[in-house]
Design a protein. Structure first.
Length: 68
């Protein structure tokens, strides 16, 4: 598994696709070789209301978070 917790835009796109297909957090984490905790944190911090996840919105949120 990767050591870095920062996700790339390509990883965020893959998360969006896999979540839209109904994949759970652990399955997506395995597909990305990331920890389920990293993925869960990403979905909580950068996901949209209602549990939806869009890569473009997530990337914008991550880049424009205060203190980053």
């Amino acid at each position: 598994m990767k050591n870095s917790t920062k996700l790339s835009f390509a990883e965020r796109e893959r998360i969006s696709i896999l979540r839209a297909k109904g994949y759970g957090v652990r399955r997506v984490a395995r597909a990305l070789a990331r920890s389920p905790g990293t993925l869960s944190e990403e979905l909580n911090r950068n996901g949209l209301c209602g549990g939806e996840y869009k890569a473009v919105s997530a990337q914008w949120s991550a880049e424009n978070r205060p203190g980053k």
